[in-house]
Design a protein around this ligand. Structure first.
Ligand code: NAG
Ligand code: NAG
Ligand code: NAG
Ligand code: NAG
Length: 533
């Protein structure tokens, strides 16, 4: 039956026909188990742990034992949910969850993880299933919160699952199960992930170019073997010590305010948002204490602390000019948790970076820049990175983009035809914006909807391919309409999404959004995409 409500997600996906796909199979553990036993799937042994139906408007209650993503998605469409456990070696196994909606848009969607988070991301699957996608997520082979990597010690098989094996294996098997359930293959397959999820997406593009027609990779932690040493290194800049170089956390918001005051006007419009942090001419000396610092004096930095600030805004370059990692951008100060309590007395050097490069635990690093197999198979890749990201330096994404450009230039492949990169001025890591900037950041990207509510998907009031990156990807893959820009949104209160505060275009790199000079700068139509040079 077609109902007005059920048509909505289909219309926004731009396909005319809604098919209510009568399932070809029952939603029971036994039904799926029988299929696994008889199917031609020849991977690792897999066991269906449970399967049951959730009625329209229902909640999927995340089991208490799932500590990575405890948020339960609510107000779900009618669906069949199941969990499968796959044995990947004698010492390792991974699980994945699958939502199979009764009103299916005939598309498959896999969502990614974050940090070391070992857990099925049920909340992001909930976002996907509300559009009508058959939605899948894997625990990557362990059960942990995003900051806990202790499961990896002496467990190379588990690291391999986390590196790439669990995602690919889950994708292959989940597609087979969806195919069996509906009696029909998904027309298109998509991936959406941020941070570690961005890395997982790039890893899929590089290793298994046939898995997805379209991939969204947000703020990707793609260079594992350099990112982790950088994280330790930057902590050492600010470690407590006799030389007085430590900047106390209590000064971060003051520094942020000084940086916004310096950089915001330099992008051509004073609007609290730093739109071109790389072009900002910093005058850090303005933060120096005049005269001796006393307990009563105003906020300021002494010369040793200023040195620390210079280090933070500088690339990590090791012995013999070996480039290790780009720096954090001005404007990322509100998320500088890597500088707090993280300063071990363990300066990492060139040797460790070299070692990490060679070992590349789990082959997790996504550094095969030859994306031509993915391009040849018709794949489309959308990447973005917030410019106020204080966890993963923003320009590690530009570095990746430029490496791909360099690798593919000799074969004459135009990146614009299959791969586009968007900076998001004023967005923190994957989601959110500093209160002091209140920049437009929301594009319905991975993790964004579930960070605001347990029942949200797409962009309320703007559910179209200009405002919603997933719909933009679908349009690119299925209709060949590539996004030259996306429109980011922020509300007066992002939690309630009641009243839009600002909207602004995000331009495909290397173009940037410029205010036209007339009209309300909080409306996207008063901006245009232009090249800086
Ligand atoms: C998956 O199966 C393996 C092997 O039976 C078991 O050790 C593991 O605990 C199971 N994992 C989950 C999350 O149920
Ligand atoms: C740096 O280069 C010098 C001269 O080539 C070499 O002797 C030294 O081993 C290099 N250092 C490292 C850490 O690679
Ligand atoms: C990692 O990649 C190397 C080179 O392709 C390969 O020889 C090795 O088997 C891979 N290791 C894992 C754990 O996949
Ligand atoms: C936004 O709305 C939520 C939910 O009503 C409320 O708890 C929160 O205080 C509001 N935030 C601001 C900044 O007003």
């Amino acid at each position: 039956m077609k109902t007005a409500k059920s048509l909505l997600p289909i219309l926004s996906l731009g396909i005319a026909e809604l098919t209510v796909n009568a399932a070809q199979m029952q939603c029971t553990t036994d039904a799926f188990a029988k299929y696994l036993a008889s199917d031609s799937y020849r991977g690792e042994p897999a066991v269906v742990q449970w399967a049951y139906r959730i009625p329209k408007g229902g909640t999927f209650q995340v089991p208490d034992s799932d500590i990575a993503y405890p948020e339960s998605p609510t107000d779900l469409p009618e669906l069949c949910v199941l969990q499968v456990n796959v044995t990947s070696s004698t010492e390792s196994s991974y699980t994945f969850g699958l939502f199979l909606p009764s009103e299916w848009n005939e598309r498959f969607l896999a969502v990614g993880n974050g940090g070391f988070a070992g857990g099925i991301y049920w909340a992001d699957m909930g976002v996907g299933v509300r559009y009508g996608f058959a939605s899948m997520s894997t625990d990557t082979g362990h059960n942990s919160i995003s900051t806990d990597g202790s499961w990896a010690y002496n467990s190379p098989e588990k690291v391999t699952d986390w590196g790439y094996r669990a995602m690919h294996g889950s994708v292959v098997l989940a597609k087979e199960l969806a195919n069996a359930y509906y009696g029909k293959r998904a027309g298109y397959s998509y991936y959406s992930g941020c941070s570690t999820g961005g890395r997982q997406g790039l890893k899929e593009v590089e290793m298994y170019p046939e898995d997805f027609d379209g991939v969204i990779a947000g703020a990707p932690a793609w260079w594992t073997a350099h990112l982790q040493p950088w994280t330790v290194k930057i902590g050492t800049y600010n470690r407590p010590g006799a030389n007085g170089n430590q900047i106390p956390e209590s000064l971060f918001s003051w520094i942020e305010a000084q940086i916004i005051e310096q950089c915001d006007p330099q992008d051509g419009l004073k609007d609290t948002v730093i739109s071109s942090p790389q072009q900002c001419e910093l005058n850090l000396e303005a933060l120096l204490c005049q005269g001796p610092k006393t307990s009563g004096s105003a906020n300021c930095l002494d010369p040793a602390q200023l040195e620390t600030l210079y280090n933070i805004y500088s690339d990590y370059v090791d012995t013999n000019q070996t480039f290790v990692f780009p720096h954090l951008l001005p404007g990322s100060e509100s998320q500088w948790s890597v500088l707090v309590n993280n300063g071990s007395n363990n300066p990492l050097g060139y040797d460790i970076v070299q070692l990490a490069d060679k070992l590349d635990p789990g082959n997790a690093t996504a550094r095969n820049f030859d994306l031509s197999p993915f391009q040849n198979s018709g794949g489309k890749l959308l990447m973005y990175h917030g410019m106020a990201d204080g966890f993963i330096p923003t320009d590690s994404s530009r570095y990746f983009y430029n490496q791909v450009a360099k690798t593919l230039a000799p074969s004459g492949i135009d990146l614009d035809n299959f791969y586009r990169f968007f900076y998001i001025p004023g967005m923190q890591h994957c989601a959110g914006t500093p209160d002091s900037m209140h920049a437009p950041w929301y594009i319905a990207g991975p993790n964004q909807a579930s960070s605001l509510s347990s029942e949200l998907h797409s962009v309320p009031g703007f559910s179209d391919a200009q405002h919603d990156i997933l719909l933009a990807l679908v349009d690119w893959v299925e209709k060949g309409v590539a996004p030259d820009f996306l429109i980011a949104t922020t509300w007066k209160n992002d939690t309630t999404q009641a009243e839009v505060y600002r909207q602004r275009p995000l331009c495909a790199y290397p173009k940037m959004a410029f205010y036209k000079g007339q009209g309300d700068p909080d409306q996207a139509k008063n901006w245009e995409c232009r090249s800086l040079y």
